[in-house]
Each structure stands twice: as structure tokens, then as C-alpha cells.
Design a protein around this ligand. Structure first.
Ligand SMILES: C[S@@+](CC[C@H](N)C(=O)[O-])C[C@H]1O[C@@H](n2cnc3c(N)ncnc32)[C@H](O)[C@@H]1O
Length: 289
């Protein structure tokens, strides 16, 4: 990304581009949300992935980009955050390319000896399918698991239209299961903005994933505990997660889980966000071989 051409934003300019500062300061009324399983099925299963599935089920030909465009206008300008740059404006498409490039750069050093690429909590597959277009992932078998049935169905539909083989199953990070998927050993497993929907992440989460004997596991997730309590931005990110009812213990639950199974645990804090109040951290762990 060419940072000299970026339109940078100060924190004072964020309210021009987002309703969240006014909500977080209680100037605009906002009810705290609770991410119950009913709320998640409503938000993703019905309103988001369900509506997209309904629309594209009747179409003869379409590409992943058509589904993404339907989800959000790619030319819309949005405020973003990058650790090295601070706040800036970008088009939705630029921000999403930047995010995929980050995922590719983080995951690709592990691709050499990996058996396959796996995304858990995959939505309609936008991240794993976008990665599958890029080397070195274009050579790897693909596996995706998702919580909602409409998300699973939409992954299968898109894969069929774009001629990709993807094994699809169902998963739940709360009840800790993956159904309908035989994940091979030595996989690269990743999650992207999907772990923060459980009320509290179980310490058994790492042990549960380690049973698949992956080569490496990478979580691209917003982590409440990794936001800085000494900065205004860090505090706003924490408040954003509280108002939205998101999980607060992702980083510590994974760290404890890694200690329990003797896995190597690394984090990079608050790297990037196409939402300036929900930047992701990269948590990478490798089970002992
Ligand atoms: C914001 S979307 C992210 C989708 C995709 N990973 C991406 O980055 O584009 C969040 C996804 O998490 C899934 N999800 C919610 N609760 C979950 C749970 N308990 N277990 C697994 N996935 C869950 C939702 O169904 C939704 O598809």
C-alpha cells in the first residue's frame, strides 16, 4: 500500500465517517447487544448470508466479487486503522485487498509442507476463496467450516460457480465441534473475525483444534485484552467490543490453552482494521510436533 497517497485521518475526524464515537460516548442512544445463538442466526444466517444465498441461488453465472459487491459497495470510502499508519480513508475494495494480503503474508511461510488450507467460522468463504486465488494457496486443497447453514450453502454455491473444490462442514466455537469435515493432519488452520461471537472462549478451544494435528493455527481476531488501556483509541476499541457483546478473553484463553498443550504461542497486537474500532490481532500457535 502506497502510504504517501493515503488520506490520513485524525481521531477528531472519525465522527465524520462513523456513528460509533457518538454511540460510545452515549450521545447517540445505543442498546448493548448480546450475541446469543439466536442473534447470530438472525444476523448471519438470515439477514446477511441468508439474503445473499437467496439472491445468488437463482443466478446462472457469478464470481466471488459479485457476492462481495452485493454485501458492500466496493467503492464506498471507509475509515481504516493500520498499526504503523494510524487512521486513514480507503475504499472497501482496497481495505479488503489489504486484509487478504496480510493473511497471505502471514500464512504463506507455512504453506510449503502443509497438506491443506482450512478456515473455521468461514462465513460465505470470502477469505479462504480469495486466498485460494493466490500462490502458494492455489495448490492446496480447501476445507471450510461455518456456524450457519446458509453460510455453508453459500460457500458450496460460490465454489461450484467458480470451479473450486471446497470441502464444507459446520463448526461451533462455543460447543467446540466441527461436523461433516475430515480435516487432514498438517493443515494450516485459520480463523478471521469469527471467534469473538462466543460469550466466553473456553480454555479447551486450543486443545479442541489441536486434535486435528495442524501444522500451524492462526487467528486474525479482535482481542479485547490486547487493546491498550492507556490510550484513547485502545479504550474506544474495548468499549466498542463491550457495546457489541463480543468475546473478551480470546487472547488469554488461547494463551492458557497453548501452555496446557505445550504449543508455541505468538501475537502481533492490533495490526489492521477495516473498522477503526475493531482492529485484528494476529495470534499464531504451533503445536509441539
Ligand atoms: C464477521 S463473519 C466473518 C466471516 C469470515 N471468517 C470472514 O472473515 O469473512 C463472522 C462469522 O462467524 C460465524 N460465527 C458466529 N458464531 C460462531 C460460533 N459460535 N462458531 C463458529 N463460527 C461462528 C458467523 O456465522 C459468521 O459467519
Amino acid at each position: 500500500m502506497n502510504s504517501s497517497k493515503l488520506r490520513k485521518l485524525t481521531m477528531d475526524e472519525l465522527p465524520d465517517w462513523s456513528s460509533w464515537p457518538a454511540r460510545m460516548l452515549s450521545i447517540e442512544p445505543f442498546d448493548i447487544m448480546h450475541k446469543t445463538s439466536e442473534a447470530i442466526i438472525r444476523e448471519f444466517g438470515v439477514d446477511k448470508w441468508g439474503a445473499l444465498l437467496k439472491f445468488f441461488s437463482g443466478k446462472d453465472k457469478f464470481a466471488l466479487a459479485d457476492v462481495e459487491t452485493m454485501e458492500q459497495d466496493p467503492s464506498e470510502l471507509i475509515p481504516c486503522f493500520q498499526r504503523e499508519l494510524g487512521f486513514y480513508l480507503a475504499m472497501v475494495k482496497q481495505a479488503s485487498n489489504q486484509q487478504i494480503d496480510l493473511y497471505r503474508d502471514t500464512l504463506s511461510p507455512h504453506a510449503g509442507a502443509a497438506s491443506c488450507l482450512v478456515e473455521l467460522g468461514a462465513g460465505y468463504g470470502s477469505k479462504i476463496l480469495a486466498l485460494s486465488e493466490k500462490a502458494p494457496f492455489d495448490k492446496l486443497p480447501l476445507f471450510a467450516a461455518e456456524y450457519t447453514q446458509s453460510g455453508c450453502d453459500l460457500i458450496e454455491l460460490i465454489a461450484q460457480k467458480i470451479n473450486k473444490q471446497v470441502q464444507v462442514g459446520q463448526c461451533d466455537f462455543d460447543k467446540l465441534y466441527v461436523n461433516g469435515l475430515e480435516i487432514p493432519e498438517d493443515s494450516i488452520i485459520f480463523t478471521s473475525y469469527s471467534v469473538h461471537y462466543v460469550p466466553s472462549l473456553s480454555k479447551g478451544f486450543v486443545n479442541f483444534i489441536s486434535k486435528f494435528k495442524p501444522k500451524v493455527v492462526v487467528h486474525f481476531e479482535p482481542c479485547y485484552e490486547l487493546y491498550d488501556s492507556q490510550t484513547l483509541h485502545g479504550l474506544m476499541c474495548k468499549r466498542y467490543m463491550e457495546l457489541n457483546g463480543y468475546t473478551k478473553n480470546i487472547a488469554s484463553a488461547i494463551e492458557i490453552g497453548c501452555k496446557e498443550i505445550g504449543a508455541n504461542f505468538e501475537t502481533e497486537h492490533n495490526v489492521f482494521g477495516s473498522n477503526p474500532f475493531l482492529p485484528l490481532s494476529v495470534i499464531k500457535w504451533t503445536p509441539r510436533s
